[in-house]
Design a protein around this ligand. Structure first.
Ligand code: PGA
Length: 276
């Protein structure tokens, strides 16, 4: 059974005191939510080290928004995976559409970053998604297929098993326009079919595929209810602890979940996340 995850991408927001307050609140509130839902937060680089000291690192997975494509050396301004690892970072977002478009990160660079993240024992959250013109011209499946194939499909099965995929239609990011549940499910199902073809059914079934793009507490449930939507990568709505928790609570346990909190509760997991 695959892990359900809600990840908050803070982007270039918050100064240190705000970040510490937000991270502390998310960490405290997350204790009350079923452990079946993984909680990831991706603050700016400058805050990671301090945040690592104020959160429950078992419950909240500290994530970076990016990393260098090289191991170390003369790359002014870059931050290496080893640096991130040394301050307690466990996961790295790779290939966010803002990195792809504003910083011209292409499939080859992103593939290199994914491998570097894995080689250092961290978990990549690999983003893909089409722009509006690509969807309108019916090219969205091809675009996502190319991104996934180039970014991930030379990984060994063992490495691939550690990857989280995030489908983020670019037209939905920060726009207030969310993909409909049917559009999200259609693309997630397509992505899973690519994974089945490449790595087989069992591996594909275990891969967490997140949806991202104007996801908030009020629309999260209808998105996460879909068979192939395993949680969300959240931007704007991750900057308010209560709103972010609302999204986490909408990310129910899998119906077959055997988690501890399901045990003493006939009609749900009893953890406040509304599992049924
Ligand atoms: P948004 O961003 O939730 O603000 O649309 C999502 C993302 O870019 O990861």
């Amino acid at each position: 059974m695959r892990k359900r995850i809600v990840a908050g991408n803070w982007k270039m927001n918050t100064i240190l005191p705000e970040a510490l307050a937000l991270a502390t609140e998310v960490s405290n509130l997350s204790q009350k939510v079923c452990e079946c839902v993984g909680v990831y937060i991706a603050p700016p680089f400058t805050h990671l080290s301090d945040i690592s000291k104020v959160i429950n690192n078992k419950r909240v997975i500290l994530t970076a928004q990016n990393c260098a494509s090289e191991e170390s050396g003369a790359y002014t301004g870059e931050v290496s995976v080893k640096m991130l690892k040394s301050i307690g970072v466990k996961a790295v977002i790779i290939g966010h559409s803002e990195r792809r478009s504003y910083y011209k990160e292409d499939d080859q660079i992103l593939n290199k970053k994914v491998k570097l993240v894995l080689a250092n024992g961290l978990q990549p959250i690999f983003c893909c998604g089409e722009v509006l013109e690509e969807r309108n011209s019916g090219n969205h499946f091809n675009v996502v297929k190319t991104q996934i194939t180039a970014g991930l499909f030379d990984l060994t099965v063992e490495d691939f098993k550690k990857v989280i995929i995030a489908y983020e239609p670019v037209w939905a990011i920060g726009t207030g326009v969310t993909a409909s549940p049917a559009q999200a499910q259609e693309m997630h199902n397509f992505i899973r079919s690519l994974l089945i073809e490449k790595y087989g059914q069992a591996v594909a079934d275990c891969c967490t595929i997140l949806y991202g793009g104007s996801c908030k507490a009020s629309n999260a449930r209808e998105l996460f209810e879909n068979e192939d939507v395993d949680g969300g990568l959240i931007g704007g709505a991750a900057l308010k602890a209560e709103e972010f928790m609302g999204i986490i609570e909408a990310c129910r346990c899998h119906p077959d979940c055997n988690c501890d909190c399901n045990k003493d509760d006939d009609d749900g997991c009893g953890c406040g996340c509304d599992c049924k």
